[in-house]
Design a protein around this ligand. Structure first.
Ligand SMILES: C[S@@+](CC[C@H](N)C(=O)[O-])C[C@H]1O[C@@H](n2cnc3c(N)ncnc32)[C@H](O)[C@@H]1O
Length: 392
């Protein structure tokens, strides 16, 4: 079906090892596991899952590219916003930042470089990273590029308790395993993964809902808009419990979530009847989650309304919701680009203006990516960019 590049033999061997583990798990569960369990193993199985091993994931030579990888301009604009927040709230908070899921470490690098120039360095910059491989890459990059700031950077294994400060998560929630719900002849079921031994392939089956919350979610989704069956969509229970634990660990401060996704009305629109599940392999985007488990990223879009509701249920406030374009343009993206151009030889102008386009144009990342600003126990400044909270 796909014309995806064939992995080299050692990568195939690696995928076969993970595949064998998944097959074992499926066999132990009467030949079907919820898709969320399959996705969890494919991405996070110790030593074998996509995020656990030392493959090149992010960037030009990896499988996908994120905003901090496209250009430092993204992180400069975010740092500009953090700086405006600091001047407003740091007296009560002290200056601490916690980045969840820091990828290659480039966002931390450019945020800290900008904050250092502004004399606004945080006392500590914490990183919580599940992937041992990415943690190593982050440490290598930051130690090399920021030797003087490096002692302020601390890697954590779990969320801290009673944290005061700013928590950042860029493209973390889209990498969390999702449950797939399916309506066939108006009957709600869940998608499971089974294994066909003669054909040596995974395939989807339908079954009963595997988690008590899913029937509640299913009823709610069906009540939002009338969709006709067949209809498939995702529910990200982990993203909601992750946000609940962020709210619990945050004594006072801000949490900024940046990711691709929609408010619920758009997420569960009747026309989006095959959901948002996407896979990324060597810059090819496709929809086959069974392609070489462990070698490709599997993602789903984020439901920002569900996150905002979870935040409110856990004593947080929703301070702003906007598109990446509005957020970056409101935080001096163009001015940062102009500064870069002014200090670069003319041959470098094209990639800089191209980065601004990629980050902000509606048909690129500008509209699909959203920014959600949440706070707890502090008074926040009003957003200085277009606020779309009414759409949540
Ligand atoms: C798509 S990458 C994005 C990386 C980076 N933030 C960027 O924008 O380039 C997803 C990152 O989230 C991490 N991750 C996923 N779930 C996580 C969790 N529950 N806690 C901490 N990190 C997580 C992955 O290991 C990876 O670093």
């Amino acid at each position: 079906m796909h014309q995806l590049p064939l992995p080299h033999s050692s990568a195939i061997a690696h995928s076969q090892q993970l595949t064998a583990q998944i097959i074992q798990k499926i066999a132990a569960h009467h030949n079907q596991i919820p898709f969320a369990d399959f996705m969890h193993m494919a991405l996070y199985a110790p030593g074998l899952g996509y995020y656990h091993v030392g493959n090149q994931k992010l960037g030009q030579y990896g499988d996908f590219i994120t905003a901090p990888e496209i250009s430092p301009l993204f992180s400069y604009s975010l740092a500009y916003y953090l700086n405006t927040l600091y001047t407003h709230i740091s007296a009560s908070l002290g200056a601490y930042i916690l980045e969840v899921g820091a990828g290659s470490g480039k966002m931390a690098l450019h945020l800290l470089q900008y904050l250092q120039q502004q004399n606004s360095l945080p006392e500590k910059y914490y990183i919580l990273e599940l992937s041992p491989d990415l943690q190593q890459k982050q440490q290598h990059l930051l130690q090399q590029k920021l030797p003087d700031i490096y002692p302020r950077i601390v890697w954590l294994d779990t969320l801290p308790q009673n944290f005061k400060g700013i928590i950042l998560a860029n493209e973390v929630l889209d990498a969390m395993p999702v449950h797939l719900l399916s309506w066939q002849a108006n009957q709600l079921q869940e998608k499971y993964v089974s294994y066909h031994h003669p054909k040596q392939s995974f395939y989807f089956t339908d079954g009963e809902l595997s988690h008590p919350l899913l029937s509640q979610k299913g009823e709610y989704i069906a009540s939002l808009q009338h969709h006709t069956s067949p209809y498939i969509t995702e529910v990200n229970l982990l993203a909601e419990s992750w946000l609940a634990s962020i709210a619990d660990c945050l004594e006072a401060g801000v949490c900024i979530v940046i990711d691709y996704g929609f408010p619920e009305q758009e997420y569960y629109h009747p026309d989006r009847n095959t959901g948002t599940l996407m896979c990324h392999y060597q810059h090819h985007s496709h929809t086959d989650p069974f392609f070489y488990p462990g070698l490709q990223d599997i993602t789903a879009h984020v439901n920002f309304t569900a996150l905002a509701n979870t935040a409110v249920q856990h004593a947080m406030q929703v301070n702003a919701f906007t598109t990446q374009a509005y957020f970056l343009l409101g935080n001096h993206l163009v001015e940062f680009a102009q500064q870069q151009i002014a200090t670069s030889p003319s041959s470098n102008i094209y990639p800089i203006s191209q980065a601004v386009r990629t980050l902000t144009l509606a048909e690129e990342m500008g509209e699909l990516f959203k920014v959600l600003v949440l706070s707890k126990n502090i008074t926040m400044p009003a957003p200085h960019f277009t606020d779309l909270r009414q759409h949540l």
